[in-house]
Design a protein around this ligand. Structure first.
Ligand SMILES: Nc1ncnc2c1ncn2[C@@H]1O[C@H](COP(=O)(O)OP(=O)(O)OP(=O)(O)O)[C@@H](O)[C@H]1O
Ligand SMILES: [Mg+2]
Length: 224
């Protein structure tokens, strides 16, 4: 089931989900069960090759489970490790324009662009050429693109892997602020293999041996 509802809290539910890239191979994801049914900052940690990116592809429907059920009621935006793989246009405003609802009036478009740039800490960057942005600023532009197209659930696949410490913290804080907004909190599922990022999350789980652990508070999180 895959429905899209703007400005509603997303619901994701995995029931006994198994997946392998070929019939012959053993399951990479095996009888995986979890739910996300609240806004907030959800983090999944796991070693290289444990299947984290594969899990995200199952969530956003790019691949289908071999067994089990994936239910997803969300309007999903993606942020990948390398922003250069997803930014298409020469400057921030033109990039945002390709993600916005084109039926809005000129004034509404201008206001929305201003407001999403504010939300990601890029106030006044409308005319800025993309090639002059730092890696972290590019990542925050991709988050702004998700916001301007009214996504209510953002999947981030190791978004800080290529960033230095300062940029890493800015991206983490951007998502932290958006997911803890009082009025209209976003839901974010953030994949990482950096354990030091876990303290930013509301809930943490580890992907290991094809299975996702129970969600835990970061302070109580224990590696399996
Ligand atoms: N399209 C594909 N076809 C076949 N095998 C694949 C494909 N994509 C990924 N795999 C394999 O599935 C396994 C898990 O890959 P995945 O990218 O999901 O792991 P990951 O946890 O995201 O790793 P990393 O931390 O390196 O990003 C790896 O062994 C990988 O080679
Ligand atoms: Mg990956």
């Amino acid at each position: 089931m895959r429905d899209f509802f703007e400005n509603e809290i997303p619901h994701i539910h995995f029931k006994d989900v198994s997946f392998s890239y070929s019939e012959k191979k053993e399951n990479l994801i095996f009888k995986c069960n979890f739910s996300i049914n609240n806004s907030g900052f959800w983090m999944v940690v796991g070693n290289n090759g444990s299947g984290k990116s594969t899990l995200l592809k199952l969530v956003n429907g790019l691949i289908k489970p071999k067994n089990g059920i994936v239910k997803c009621k969300a309007n999903i935006g993606m942020v990948f490790q390398n922003p250069d793989h997803q930014i298409l246009m020469p400057n921030c405003k033109s990039e945002l324009l390709i993600h916005i609802n084109q039926n809005l009036s000129h004034d509404e478009i201008t206001w929305k662009i201003e407001s999403v740039l504010d939300q990601v800490g890029l106030t006044g960057f409308e005319k800025r050429p993309v090639h002059t942005l730092s890696g972290g600023q590019k990542q925050r532009l991709t988050i702004a693109c998700a916001l301007i197209s009214n996504k209510n659930f953002i999947l981030l696949d190791e978004p800080t892997a290529l960033l230095d410490k300062t940029s890493q913290l800015k991206v983490l804080n951007t998502i932290k602020n958006l997911t803890s907004d009082q009025k209209n909190p976003l839901t974010a599922l953030w994949i990482t293999h950096r354990y030091e990022e876990l303290s930013y999350a509301d809930a943490v789980a580890e992907l290991k041996n094809g299975n996702l652990s129970n969600w835990q508070e970061p302070s109580k999180f224990q590696y399996i």
